[in-house]
Write a protein that binds this ligand. Sequence first.
Ligand code: NAD
Length: 337
Amino acid sequence: MTRLALFDRAAYETDALATWQADHPDIDLVITTHPLTPQTVALSEGCAAVSIQPVGAALDPSIYAELQRRGVRALALRTTGFDAVDLVAARTHGITVTNVPAYSPPAIAELALLMLLALNRKLPTLERRAAQHDYRWAGVLGREIRSQTIGVIGVGRIGSVFARFCRGLGAHVVGYDIAPNHELDDAVEFVDSLEELLSRADVVSVHTPLDDSTRGMIDTTFLAALRPGAIVINCARGPIVEPDALVSALEAGHLGGVGLDVMPGEDGIFDAQVDAARMAGTLFGRLAGRDDVVLTPHIAFYTDTGVANMLRFGLDNALAAGTGDPRPDGAPVDAVN
Ligand code: NAD
């Protein structure tokens, strides 16, 4: 009987997991809520593949040899981003890594759009005031997206959906991508440099992966190149933003608003109830509660469709890559190495 191990099992995966298990009665599935660490890796003994959904922290460097020693042939992420995995170390130890590149791009694009519209219409201010029965109009004059230029950095699966949403609402969309997809030319005006995008955009939304080319990309220079009053949205990965630079630009009034679903140092804070005193003076403390900030705890993916697809595609990939069988639908495994 083929054995797989599922780490990081979340409560919200219960229904999708039950469905997958009912569809695969012949698979012995070892399930744990714990992450894959040197302390838990023994659970993968005899498994063809392990499925994980790491949040933030990189896997311990010893994991790859430990998996190989236990006969594991594949490491199947239930997430899109694979920055927690050392792909070279995995390859060195004969472990195929798969991710779920597209479980629901609209889930992330919709949250970015929601942040944009909320900031345009001063929703944080209005909600805070309404809670105090303050219904004045002062200071809440809105902006319409059709009069804006929206800059999309990274026009891939998610960025292209976001771009089309914005275009559909009448915005002009400029895009910057190291590999522009000109099939999107009907919706996106691709520009040749980041500088051009920053100088023209009223709103910038970043949808790149986190890698050496994007780590710290939103820094002092980036922010200074933006038009005064511009809005910055990051629903990609926290470390793409240089946090002090962002908060300084907000506090100086250079930015018109910020929407963040991801933060540097979010691990252990997002999806947790955190003591307010602990947050004082931190990046989170400086951003949360501001009228020009929409801050969400890495929930862009967190929709009914998104989580069901992550679980199902992730385990399908684990099974296929671990056993060497083709996927049931005959499509190639979404291997990233
Ligand atoms: P994708 O690979 O389809 O698209 C990324 C695009 O960025 C590609 O077109 C690529 O050419 C471009 N790119 C790469 N480096 C660039 C650079 N330096 N400058 C400009 N463009 C660059 O990926 P995707 O599926 O659209 O996902 C994008 C990112 O969204 C993921 O890597 C992940 O970090 C993030 N994400 C976040 C959540 C969430 O819940 N907040 C959920 C899923 C994905």
